[in-house]
Design a protein around this ligand. Structure first.
Ligand code: HEC
Length: 193
């Protein structure tokens, strides 16, 4: 009987110790660790595929790291798309940098995710970011985000991971680049600048 008691008592001590360790490890993440985790998630999450402009090489497009996550370049000419080409059942098109997209929803341009205060996420709070990713609406209450922004998958991340992603995005160099507004179907997109 005494043996059993000692066995269970030591198991409980070990369990409490493990929980304390887990608890401490989540609380202990320093800002640098948070940013590193965010970078890992942003890279694996493919954000660069659409939000970083590309340079064309013989082997295809590669991210232009001098423009990291700055969205569709405002000074890039917008090609004319033949009418009806992107109707339902036809094509979804993108430019060779995957920053500009045409489909039955019209034309969409990938956002500037750098912390630039007037053209990027500089003025966004963590709540703005989490609410946008969870609802698929601009700032959580505004217009629906257009394809191909894959918010539905990003929405499944927990608050800690979204917090880490946002900390990383806030830590990268700000780039001033005003991305054009989206345009509805059958309306030719125009460079705003
Ligand atoms: C397949 C392309 C694609 C990928 C991958 C992608 N995005 Fe986007 N994203 C877009 C497009 C297009 C828009 C603009 C949508 C619009 O104007 O409604 C956008 C817009 C956004 C916005 C702005 C939302 C707003 O309300 O203004 C944020 C923030 C964002 N993306 C974050 C991310 C993050 C973080 C990742 C990686 C986890 C990511 N995106 C991956 C295409 C993509």
């Amino acid at each position: 009987m005494k043996k059993h008691f000692l066995f269970f008592a030591s198991c409980s001590v070990i369990l409490v110790f493990i929980f304390l360790q887990l608890d401490c490890s989540s609380k202990k993440m320093s800002n640098d660790e948070l940013i590193a985790r965010g970078k890992y998630l942003v890279q694996f999450g493919g954000c660069n595929d659409c939000h970083t402009p590309k340079m064309m090489t013989a082997m295809g497009p590669v991210p232009d790291t001098t423009k990291l996550l700055s969205g569709h370049p405002a000074d890039q000419p917008i090609p004319q798309i033949e009418e009806g080409m992107t109707a339902p059942g036809k094509w979804v098109l993108s430019d060779d940098g995957s920053t500009m997209w045409f489909g039955p929803w019209g034309a969409s341009f990938t956002a500037n995710l750098t912390p630039d205060s007037s053209t990027g996420l500089g003025a966004w709070t963590l709540d703005n970011f989490i609410n946008t990713m969870r609802t698929g609406k601009h700032l959580g209450t505004g217009r629906d985000l257009l394809p191909p922004m894959p918010w539905q998958g990003i929405a499944s991340l927990n608050d800690e991971d979204l917090n880490a992603m946002f900390a990383y995005l806030k830590s990268i160099p700000p780039i001033n680049n005003r991305v054009p507004n989206p345009t509805p179907p059958n309306m030719p997109p125009a460079n705003k600048n």
